[in-house]
Design a protein around this ligand. Sequence first.
Ligand code: ADP
Ligand code: MG
Length: 273
Amino acid sequence: SPVSGNSATPRILAIANQKGGVGKTTTAINLATALAAVGEKVLLIDLDPQGNASTGLGISAADRGVTTYEVLSGDYRLEAAVAESDIPGLLLAPAGVDLAGAEIELIDAERRHFRLADAIEEYAASEAGQGVSYILIDCPPSLSLLTVNALSAAHAVIIPLQCEFFALEGLSQIMRTIETVRTRINPALELQGVVLTMHDRRNKLTNQVEDDVRGHFGDKVYTTVIPRNVRISEAPSHGKPALLYDLKCPGSQAYIQLASEVIQRERARPQAA
Ligand code: ADP
Ligand code: MG
């Protein structure tokens, strides 16, 4: 198998945090876009019933054909859900509101923790999946069966974290979930890193929390921090990643830097024989 360049099997990264509004979707969309911009072929899987990653990439609810719900339920292959976005090299498997029901419907289902992992494995081996080098999974704001499916499928997790009062408590909660998944389901699961989002250098609490998080997690925390930037919050309503909406804004530039850190960490991993 090739040693460098696009590897034969895609690297699967879950963007997860049980808290809502911390920048998961924003990170998923813009990291995916930045990776595509440097020539990676990326599939973004929307695993949040709110479907914000799908909307943010300009795929309205009406335009969604097969969604991730139908993939998890086993009615369709992942390949059938994968659509092209406007960004060259960026594919999307959209989500719909029906995904919220998957939780209950899968409660007794066979391989319920592995529905996504199985679907991705089949996709990666298929002709449609050839050349895909990264698969990013945008998780819902919970540690539910959907997030567990993402963590079971993933090689590594990226945790977006907002520097606010209870940040460390929230972080230890998701770290416990990762540990549980590692013990019971996916022993190879790694933490790729923690990315500080909506960062405000002028805010004393932000800086204090950043120090605490870096103190606890050391170089697991990316050097790049994503600044709070109004251009980032405007982009989704235009159905575009911030990188396309305003490439020069500080938020977009930070996501480009983050992508290069993510790639560096991937390249620094010991290569499988
Ligand atoms: P999550 O997916 O974790 O719920 P989102 O990515 O949807 O979080 O972000 C929550 C809200 O914050 C959205 O309205 C988004 O546009 C906004 N937002 C995210 N990152 C930034 C940022 N760096 N600067 C300003 N607003 C941001
Ligand atoms: Mg989201």
